[in-house]
Design a protein around this ligand. Sequence first.
Ligand SMILES: [Zn+2]
Length: 255
Amino acid sequence: MNHDLPRKPADSLSDEEKATYQWQMWTPGFGEEGQRRLKNSTVLISRCGGLGSVVAYELAAAGVGRLIIAHAGNVKHSDLNRQLLMTHQWLGKPRIETIERRLKDLNPRLEIVGLDANLDDELAEKWVPQADVCVGAAPMFEERFAMNDACVRHRKPHVNCAMFDTEATISTFSGGGQPCLRCLTPEIPEFWKREFPVFGATSGTVACMGAMETIKLLAGFGKTLEQRILRFDLREMTFNEFSIRNIPHCNICAE
Ligand SMILES: [Zn+2]
């Protein structure tokens, strides 16, 4: 786990990459310059389960150059309804191995730093500064707070995706004096529990939104959910948006 990442020069695209990403490079505001930015970017993803696996897969598909992925434990039967990088064949074996293998099957150019651990303050302090954007996809608030707090310290943008049952929320925290996750949720909610009802289609929906927020941040186009939170419920197909403000006494981001 002691890989130090040298910063890469801004590579141009190979013919193979131009062929692979041609259709997305037609996106107005993105183009070949946006694709080069993705290629030269690093994204840290905290947990690669129902949410993070889809974030990672979409970013690998889109041609992000390097992913740092933190996810501990071995594959279990109960992962397989939603954690799309886990496979039946890999039951009982380390999740991070199947995550790396399946992402490389899709995109062999992708560089992956796989951490067989869940994010804590120490890991966040080491890896957040090496990422251009961080994505919080962990079920536990301790891991989310570790990522948030390090992102505020190092002024890194942070996309936070969360879900419960058929509901999900997503927000983007840009750092640099803007509100942070602790402004929204200062402490771990008492009702929170480790296990929860989930369809993969719900976690995957908010994960695709998180991947798109990340792509926009990296490539510099579109409008992100900065200072906003989107909340939706797929049971009733309702989508609502709220603004987020700094809380003056936030322990983390108040200057
Ligand atoms: Zn805050």
